[in-house]
Design a protein around this ligand. Structure first.
Ligand code: ZN
Length: 227
């Protein structure tokens, strides 16, 4: 069965809170050593980069659905960085001047499909890119965040704490990610970077209510998994 999880007319056209058009969704894998280990992956020597389609975005309060035959779908809470000023070859030292804002997002992942793709040496797009697989809170303007390394993340499922992380624990911090990406790809205003997930990922079930927070107290995201 194939069905759209987000009605076409509810597709997100702007990054919430920033008024920037939705650009590319860059995603970083294995950016917290403890999460790499929990999935049995080596800690990488360079950032792992993949993309989600813009159509996978969903806003705060969304209900997300997927067909049962895709197997387990895991939550990955992530700090999301919006690019306000584009560029290529951006030096690490000035990278934060390109950031428009920060949000909390969830990189929903069809884990069984991803495992099959990994084993076959195939891309992860089907496991990562379905409609609704990139829920996103409103962005907090960068000017309101004095030190992005001090940001924290939490994710609760039906009230129980499942994931907790600190931006300070990233293997590649935000300036390093912007420098790495922009050395290889031109970043454009409205691009968003999902910066990887801390440990504690796990499966979601129909009817679950998921709450994610960008701390301390900056942004919240709620999500319901359709029954
Ligand atoms: Zn992720």
């Amino acid at each position: 069965m194939l069905r759209a999880a987000v009605d076409y007319h509810q597709q997100m056209e702007q990054l919430p809170g920033l008024g920037l058009p939705v650009g590319s969704l860059w995603c970083i894998g294995r950016n917290y050593a403890e999460h790499a280990r929990e999935l049995g992956n080596a800690v990488p020597q360079a950032p792992v980069v993949f993309l989600k389609p813009a159509s996978s975005l969903a806003g705060d309060g969304a209900t997300v659905a997927w067909p049962a035959d895709i197997g387990a779908v895991h939550h990955e809470v992530e700090l999301v960085v919006a690019i306000g000023r584009g560029g290529s070859g951006i030096p690490r030292e000035t990278a934060l001047a390109h950031v428009a804002g920060y949000a909390v997002g969830i990189d929903l992942t069809a884990r069984d499909q991803q495992a099959k793709a990994k084993a076959a040496g195939l891309p992860w797009t089907e496991a990562k890119g379905r409609d609704g697989f990139a829920p996103l809170s409103r962005f907090v303007p960068a000017a309101a965040v004095a030190d992005p390394a001090a940001l924290t993340l939490t994710l609760r499922v039906d009230g129980a704490l499942r994931q907790e992380g600190r931006a300070a624990d990233m293997l590649w911090d935000i300036p390093s990610l912007i420098a790495y990406l922009s050395e290889r790809f031109t970043l454009r205003p409205g691009d968003a970077i999902f910066t990887g997930t801390p440990p504690g990922v796990g499966p979601l079930s129909p009817g679950n209510r998921v709450e994610a927070e960008l701390g301390p107290g900056l942004a919240r995201l709620t999500l319901t998994i359709a029954r």
